[in-house]
Design a protein around this ligand. Structure first.
Ligand code: ADP
Ligand code: MG
Length: 670
């Protein structure tokens, strides 16, 4: 069913259109020339020989050398997959989708036929699919059902240098599966692919397997550093863009590295505004971030009219996962949004932090793909040198509850599971305690799934949120809980263009609940579902139609899982206390309290770890007098200050009611 949706969407967007077969053929001539010019193509026979001979291989090559798009095709052309399929994992959903679309075009086939993709809430594969691009998270979910991953005869773990938790865990799962399957004569071939990385670590881990290096094909990039420290990088970015815009030829396209959707939207609005009065060629601005709908992502690859400058505003997704052609100039803020968590409370936080030196080089390298280029770093040389050389593997600094639950569900023993870099025992222990408090496992010392825990793994979402859904019948609010979790799993639903900020804020008023942002979101979602002309309605109300439609899809799928589990769909009507308690039963680690004696209403709170944080100005609780004594927040964002995002007011004693074990531990720590 969801596959059908995907197909329809693609046709509507014209990205994979049956009506343009002739145009497609024309394109494919070109495409074949591009393929043959890629570094991978030159060494394809060597790669084929290696992979025929060995079960495991590491392939290293610069971004853009054709690893991700070509290797699966080269293997498939020789039918090396036999009766199985080829899986290619990607850390990001956007990358999985765009790459699959690209390869489908190159193979002159439609998506979901021989080439497909599988990402959370969207499956564009069919029984005949031979090459499947999927997120590392999706392959992990498949491992719960079949730890030997028998559907695949070749598994390609791509972007290994990123060291996401999911990829790191997959290294172990695939290694174990390979060992067992090879004994039974049902061989599994594994290819690890990456941009430059620390090869020895991987080689040791995979028993000294063979390594193939691709010849680099990059041009020199001149690096410029900022002379002084920049206080406001968003402002610096816009200044840099327009300084370069009036001095460089229009066919020199720009790639700008920023940290997230909101920031990209703000900078985009600023550029559009200033461009109206700026000298220089016309500008086309293209955003690129993980939550961007696929059709919009493809605009990045669309050519612009001669004499127009393309400016791509991207997150670190453009660092290595996707290749954007004709970039001659990179503008790098040197920053990345990083997820980490507090070991004591289990609460997650998002922080904007300097990226590693390796990442800075990757970013600069994007300017030298087709000709010599330049990279403008908005940080000083001293700042650059002070950075760590490589990214810390995510598994060292990230929440592990979801990953551990997955491992336990596949029947693996967390303590003996083969990992390249093991997280600290403290952090494993903290995650096990959280799983215990969520009711997913018997105890932290006996990590066996409970009945509830088993049900939790049926949902493709974080265990905190599956707990919310599973406790909803108890609170009589499954209908609302499903809607809320669905909206929260989609991307930002509010659309606030910079030049129409006032109108957007005014439009939001009709949804706002004084109980907080969660009920506000629920109001938006409910009214969206009822609106007859949804696109028009969203436009009038400054809402993001794509993200709300996506939330509807998600809700559909979550509901289907609930029905399979025989859950009764109850509604709490306007008794929102019940819904907020239900939400708290999963997100109990995300409470904050007004600080002792603080009645000035400055909106200052302390989280469970004692950190100070303020209500985000966009919160519907912002400015409320007196401020609610206790709140539940969805995310903690550290920019120059710490902000609580998506917040609701709760009664302090609810915590004891819905999460007594945690409440006790939390009190002991505070
Ligand atoms: P790697 O995995 O080695 O970084 P890819 O296989 O992703 O390289 O990309 C190889 C080449 O294919 C790129 O240099 C680019 O020319 C082309 N390419 C990749 N994706 C797209 C796309 N979506 N649209 C147009 N060209 C693309
Ligand atoms: Mg790649």
């Amino acid at each position: 069913n969801s596959f059908k949706n995907v197909k329809e969407n693609n046709q509507a967007n014209g990205s994979c259109n049956n009506n343009t077969v002739s145009a497609l053929n024309e394109v494919s001539e070109d495409v074949q020339d591009v393929r043959k010019s890629l570094p991978v193509y030159i060494v394809r026979n060597r790669i084929l020989e290696e992979i025929r001979k060995n079960n495991t291989m590491i392939l290293i090559g610069e971004t853009g050398s054709g690893k991700t798009t070509q290797i699966p095709q080269i293997l498939h052309e020789q039918r090396l997959e036999g009766n199985g399929a080829i899986a290619v994992t990607q850390p990001r959903r956007v990358a999985a989708i765009t790459l699959a679309l690209r390869v489908a075009t190159e193979m002159n086939t439609e998506i979901g036929s021989y080439v497909g993709y599988s990402v959370r809430f969207e499956d564009a594969t069919s029984p005949k699919t031979k090459v499947i691009y999927l997120t590392d998270g999706m392959l992990l979910r498949e491992a719960i059902i079949d730890p030997l991953l028998k559907k695949y005869s070749i598994i390609i773990l791509d972007e290994a240098h990123e060291r996401t938790v999911n990829t790191d865990v997959l290294f172990g799962i695939v290694k174990l599966a390979q060992k067992e399957r090879n004994c039974k004569g049902n061989k599994l071939k594994v290819i690890i692919m990456s941009a430059t990385m620390d090869v020895d670590t991987f080689r040791n881990y995979y028993d000294n397997c063979s390594v193939v290096y691709l010849e680099g094909r990059t041009y020199p990039v001149t690096i410029y550093h900022s002379k002084t420290k920049q206080d406001d990088y968003q402002y610096s970015v816009v200044c840099a863009i327009f300084q370069l815009h009036v001095t460089t030829p229009a066919n020199h396209h720009f790639l700008v590295f920023l940290t997230g959707q909101e920031e990209i939207e703000t900078v985009m609005a600023n550029i559009k505004q200033i461009a109206k009065e700026s000298p220089g060629p016309p500008i086309r601005v293209c955003p690129l971030y993980a939550g961007l709908p696929p059709a919009k992502q493809l605009l990045v690859w669309k050519s612009v009219p001669e004499g127009t400058r393309k400016i791509v505003l991207a997150t670190n997704i453009a660092e290595a996962s996707v290749t954007i052609p004709h970039i001659k100039c990179v503008i790098d803020t040197g920053l990345v949004k990083e997820r980490s968590w507090c070991n004591v409370t289990g609460a997650e936080r998002l922080r904007i932090v300097p990226c590693s030196q390796a990442a800075c080089w990757q970013r600069a390298g994007r300017a030298g793909r087709t000709a010599p280029g330049s990279a403008y770093r908005l940080y000083t040389n001293g700042d650059f040198k002070a950075r760590p050389q490589h990214n810390t593997p995510e598994i060292i600094r990230c929440p592990l509850a979801a990953t551990l639950l997955m491992l336990i569900a596949t029947g693996m023993e967390p303590s003996t599971f083969p990992l390249i870099d093991a997280p600290s025992p403290d952090s494993v222990q903290a995650s096990l305690i959280l799983l215990k408090e969520l009711g997913a496992i018997e105890s932290e010392n006996n990590p066996k799934l409970t009945v509830l825990g088993k049900k939790m793994t049926a949902f493709p979402i974080d265990p905190k949120y599956s707990k919310v859904i599973l406790s909803a019948p108890e609170h009589g609010c499954l209908d609302e809980a499903l809607s809320l979790v669905a909206v929260m799993s989609s991307e930002n639903v509010f659309h606030t263009p910079l030049h129409k900020r006032e109108e957007a804020v005014k439009a939001k008023q009709k949804f706002v609940s004084t109980l907080g942002d969660h009920i506000t979101l629920l109001n938006v979602f409910k009214m969206f579902c009822k609106a007859p002309l949804k696109k028009q309605w969203c436009k009038e109300n400054y809402l993001n139609h794509k993200n709300l439609s996506y939330a509807c899809d998600i809700r559909h799928q979550l509901l289907a899982i609930c029905q399979k589990l025989n859950m009764e769909v109850s509604s709490c009507g306007t008794a929102f206390d019940q819904l907020l308690k239900c939400l708290l039963s999963g997100l109990f680690t995300n409470c904050a309290w007004t600080r002792g004696g603080m009645t000035t209403g400055a909106g200052k709170y302390a989280t469970a770890s004692g950190a100070a944080a303020a209500l985000h100005p966009a919160s519907s609780l912002h400015g409320l007098r007196p401020p609610p004594p206790a709140v539940l927040y969805t995310e903690l964002l550290h920019t120059r200050r710490a902000y609580l995002l998506t917040v609701s007011a709760i009664e302090p004693h609810w915590l004891h009611q819905v999460a007594p074990e945690y409440a006790r531990r939390c009190r002991a720590n505070r």
